[in-house]
Design a binder for this molecule. Structure first.
Ligand SMILES: CC(=O)SCCNC(=O)CCNC(=O)[C@H](O)C(C)(C)COP(=O)(O)OP(=O)(O)OC[C@H]1O[C@@H](n2cnc3c(N)ncnc32)[C@H](O)[C@@H]1OP(=O)(O)O
Ligand SMILES: CC(=O)C(=O)O
Length: 532
């Protein structure tokens, strides 16, 4: 056991994270993530299991260039009945271009019998000579003591004998794995403490799974008892419920303890962007409520919260969001008070006397609209328009006179099913009437195309605007086909991305409202003026 305060960070996103249901990394994903982790300052990046699949073979054949982190190859102890020199699994590890190796071995007698079908004594030999073989061929070999906590509870002498076998083989770290993730923090603290007392000369690490939502707490408990390396993954990716979330651990260690990691204050500011990098590579939404790095981690919605945060953010924030590369957000909704609204208006550059009666009217209007079904938490462009309309800032770019949408579902002469939509839109643009017809890939697409066809000759700036995402939510499903529908549209273009909202009992009408706001916001933001 070491008693210094340095905690080594070992990332297993590319190995245990790759064992997550639905996750399938390419070599280029692995390279980008490994380099992101290296930039962040983790000490070890486990790249995968050479010999297990073509992706990992290719990755280890041309490993990423890492400036700080040691690149680790994972594998298992030799098969029973083979010598280490003659084991294809160990050979793949030896040949892999990595700085270090990490070998998993059994430490629970139940598993030795069930999964390996060998004697307890033979398993000890497999651990000892496999680690010694890797230690002789790599600069470092560590031992992942699989199911260590369950093994310790079932037969502690045997679990400890497995650790000693790895120690005798020369393991650089003994990694205590809570493989099934069922151990609670007080048990981890006690067992790790006992291991550290029995093996004072070994370096102890923790590898916790999240099956009781305690992987982060278990990792911290292990550190309190003497573990000096934490294995985890970005955003808690991993087998079943995942691994300890290294992102949360890095931030908590840095900001709430006197332990020291390889992540500097400057690198800590990249925490959110490295967490995002993983989600982008997996093409999935980031978890908004993620600790430290989620969009909601420093979002304030309740009126009382916002009022106090405006005076001093420490009133409702446990740390400063800047420290982890995140930002504070003040959200507008029916939970808002004047402070939320004033803060948002301020962000839009709208100067208004806090005592102006219009602020109260805006608060009331938002609450009424949210009651009807609008949601302004994310539809910030619609919120800005609502506020600016009340203040008289938004010109009348166009006025809808009428729209009509037709859907046609039929079988053509070849017997193929055909669905077509057509929209007709009548607008008035500064008193001038226009009528356009467009076909589309569904009614909303047809409506969008017809609207733009009318507006483009007058406002060419709309050429670059695109519909990026479209979400529908039925708000009162108990009302059946008369239910209120909320449509959120995300648009994109040279003005970045912006979200608008529309609500109606009619899904097409709700879509029109959201589309109309999206176009109006674009015209306002690009300082267009209606034709005279
Ligand atoms: C706790 C963990 O997360 S450990 C990491 C788990 N990750 C993975 O399994 C992902 C990558 N794995 C793979 O691609 C494959 O399982 C491979 C290539 C490693 C092995 O494939 P296969 O040879 O087909 O074996 P299989 O997947 O069925 O695994 C079971 C075999 O491994 C043996 N085994 C399991 N653990 C160990 C161990 N620690 N040491 C030695 N042998 C082991 C079993 O005895 C069994 O052997 P048998 O085939 O002689 O009965
Ligand atoms: C090694 C490993 O991933 C585990 O035991 O959970």
């Amino acid at each position: 056991m070491t008693d210094d305060k340095r905690i080594y960070l070992f990332d297993s996103t590319l190995r245990d994270g790759a064992q997550t249901n639905g996750v399938d990394f390419t070599v280029s994903d692995k390279t980008a993530i490994a380099q992101g982790l290296d930039r962040l300052g983790v000490d070890y990046v486990e790249g995968g299991w050479p010999g297990a699949n073509p992706t990992d073979n290719a990755f280890f054949a041309e490993p990423p260039e890492l400036k700080h982190a040691r690149f680790v190859a994972f594998g298992m102890t030799r098969r029973s009945g083979r010598s280490p020199d003659n084991d294809p699994g160990l050979a793949a590890l030896v040949n892999a271009k990595s700085d270090a190796a990490c070998l998993v071995g059994k430490t629970w007698d139940f598993h030795v019998d069930l999964a390996l079908g060998v004697s307890n004594e033979e398993n000890l030999e497999m651990i000892r000579d496999s680690i010694a073989h890797l230690q002789a061929n790599k600069s470092e070999a560590m031992f992942d003591a699989e199911h260590f906590f369950d093994g310790f509870k079932s037969n502690r002498d045997y679990a400890m004998a497995c650790l000693r076998a790895a120690q005798e083989g020369g393991a650089s770290w003994l990694v205590l794995c809570d493989t099934n993730g069922g151990t609670l923090p007080h048990e981890v603290e006690e067992i790790v403490g006992e291991v550290c007392r029995q093996l004072p000369d070994s370096r102890i690490a923790i590898h916790a799974h999240n099956d009781t939502e305690n992987a982060v707490a278990n990792s911290l408990a292990a550190v309190r008892s003497g573990a000096r390396q934490i294995q985890g993954t970005l955003n808690g990716l991993g087998e079943r419920c995942g691994n300890a979330n290294l992102v949360s651990l890095i931030a908590s260690l840095a900001l709430k303890t006197d332990y020291v990691t390889g992540v500097s204050d400057e690198q800590l500011k990249q925490l959110k962007s490295v967490s995002r990098l993983l989600d982008e590579r997996l093409n999935r939404m980031s978890q908004k409520s993620a600790a430290y790095v989620g969009d909601n981690a420093f979002a304030h919605k309740g009126g009382l919260h916002v009022s106090a945060v405006e005076k001093d953010p420490r009133s409702y924030e446990h740390v400063n969001p800047d420290l982890v590369g995140n930002v504070r957000r003040i959200v507008v909704s029916d939970q808002a008070g004047r402070a939320n609204i004033l803060s948002r208006l301020n962000e839009f550059g709208i100067e208004i006397d806090p005592k102006d009666e219009k602020v109260n009217r805006l608060v009331e209007e938002i609450k009424e609209r949210e009651f009807y079904g609008y949601a302004y938490d994310t539809a910030e462009a619609s919120f800005e328009l609502l506020a600016r309309r009340l203040l008289g800032d938004i010109p009348e770019y166009f006025t809808l006179q009428r729209f009509r949408v037709m859907d046609d579902r039929r079988w053509n002469a070849r017997g193929e099913l055909v669905t077509e939509s057509e929209a007709t839109v009548n607008l008035s643009i500064n008193g001038e009437a226009t009528m356009t017809v467009a076909e589309g890939n569904g009614p909303v697409d047809a409506l969008d195309k017809a609207l733009r066809k009318s507006l483009l000759p007058v406002y060419p700036v709309l050429e670059t605007m695109r519909l990026m995402d479209y979400k529908v939510r039925i708000l009162t499903p108990q009302d059946g086909t008369e239910a209120v529908t909320r449509v959120m549209i995300e648009s994109g273009g040279r003005s970045g991305r912006w979200i608008t909202v529309g609500v109606s009992a009619n899904i097409i009408d709700a879509s029109f409202n959201a589309l109309s706001d999206a176009i109006t916001w674009k015209l306002f933001r690009t300082s267009q003026t209606p034709p005279q």
